[in-house]
Design a protein around this ligand. Structure first.
Ligand code: ATP
Ligand code: ATP
Ligand code: MG
Ligand code: MG
Lengths: 251, 251
């Protein structure tokens, strides 16, 4: 049964794209068939994977290109539906729809998503009609959150917005909270982590440490497993893949 | 003559709000009358200043509250027009307007902004109708950018989007580029900084170093000058205030 997971938080720069890309790539390496959908006008997922697709999510949703030609095989078992500035046009289409506008993404993806074991969606910061579409499409939400006061504030606000969607979409749940930019030398880091533990308990994932390799890998168009397979960043994202699969024997 | 400066970049988490708040507060401490306008649905500027306004930018733009009652005196000589989730309604108003929708913010602020020496605007990540309104209101743009590949990618895309606005708004210029999260121990940091120097030369401001005090101050509702006046963060933002005022004798 295909698992649909949104990597989402309204707060900017907490590691959504880094997490979506390395989670998706890690699942593909573990043998699963994965579709990564970039719903962000920034279109950063394609850049991080070193690919330059001619068509992507926009062309799929407008119907101007057939699904097979919108997807790019970014890696073995990893297909990408790229984002980018053209998604602004898709948002206008959604906003103009008279009814069930929140289902436009679901209608575009459902015809073929069962081909995959996982559909991972990277999302933009903020909250708009495309965010809502993503949240109606998925059942599971994974929120990366950096261990800083203003990111926790963003998480609080995001949870409130999520709750309003959940009243209409009962199957939706915040399944994973992933602490990012963990820095053991920073006292605040530990304090915020323990606050998250008491609030989210089993939903809290092993933290991803601050590791400069994670910010360097995109410059080479490589995943962390390709760029620095022995780095703390690679180890931490493998842990996340194990957690999401429910299998700590992977690799 | 009032200076209107947008603190803006589509990329998330590069220090827009931290910069807008500490630049505005620094200018007020230097003796100037400052209005800080938060145009972000995240509404983080008020939180960082430790204030909880009952009305803000939304109420100003819908006209439901008079301007004086929308502004909060956050500090001596520093007024705040707070943002927040209610701005989503303002965006819908803007999107529905038949003509000159890009001037709605200008029409709301112009009646009283000459009362101030500086109007500093904090903006949301991404790019939407409110971003466009901000860019039509100001003449000067200040972009904070963290010294990482994906933030530089965001800056490139932002400059392209800015250029399309500049064809219609000739007075608009990207006046300041502020490198943030500078970490001298990280080799990539230095390399990216020198790339920015060769591209932006005199527009490049002295960098703001990574300093955990900057991420702790919001937890106390204090500016960096109140929370840790001797810290690298306070020193770097004072330098930015001097640069923006064109006066390195300040303080
Ligand atoms: N654990 C980490 N250690 C070091 N750098 C990281 C880590 N995670 C992400 N980064 C870097 O931090 C920056 C922000 O990460 P990323 O772009 O993934 O966040 P985002 O939430 O997708 O941002 P946006 O809100 O703009 O979409 C990027 O330059 C990225 O390479
Ligand atoms: N120079 C710095 N050193 C250390 N931490 C910083 C620095 N600048 C900002 N921060 C922290 O980094 C995080 C992101 O900063 P901030 O919220 O100002 O970015 P932003 O661009 O406004 O984000 P968004 O895109 O969500 O609006 C915050 O937790 C902030 O406290
Ligand atoms: Mg992203
Ligand atoms: Mg901000």
């Amino acid at each position: 049964k295909t698992r649909r997971i949104a990597v989402s938080l309204s707060k900017g720069g907490v590691g959504k794209t880094t997490t979506a890309v390395n989670l998706a790539a890690g699942l593909a390496l573990a043998g699963y068939k994965v579709l990564l959908v970039d719903t962000d006008t920034q279109g950063q997922a394609a850049y991080m994977l070193g690919v330059k697709p001619k068509a992507g999510l926009t062309e799929l949703m407008t119907g101007e290109v057939i699904p097979q030609d919108c997807m790019v095989e970014a890696r073995e078992r990893l297909s990408l539906l790229a984002g980018g500035k053209s998604l602004a046009g898709v948002k206008r289409l959604i906003a103009r729809k008279d009814f069930r506008s929140e289902m436009m993404l679901t209608e575009a993806l459902s015809p073929f998503d069962s081909h995959f074991d996982f559909v991972i969606l990277d999302t933009s910061p903020g909250w708009d009609v495309l965010t809502i579409n993503v949240l109606f499409y998925v059942k599971e939400v994974l929120t990366p959150v950096s261990l800083e006061v203003m990111a926790i504030q963003g998480l609080l606000e995001f949870c409130r917005s999520l709750a309003s969607v959940q009243t209409y979409h009962k199957d939706l749940s915040l399944r994973y909270v992933v602490p990012t930019f963990m820095d053991k030398r920073v006292k605040q880091s530990e304090e915020i982590l323990s606050q998250l533990e008491s609030h989210f308990n089993s939903r809290l994932c092993p933290p991803v440490r601050y590791n400069v390799r994670l910010s360097e890998a995109p410059g080479h168009g490589q995943t962390i497993y390709e760029y620095a397979p022995g780095s703390p960043g690679a180890k931490d994202y493998r842990e996340l893949v194990r957690k999401v699969c429910g299998n700590d024997k992977l690799w």
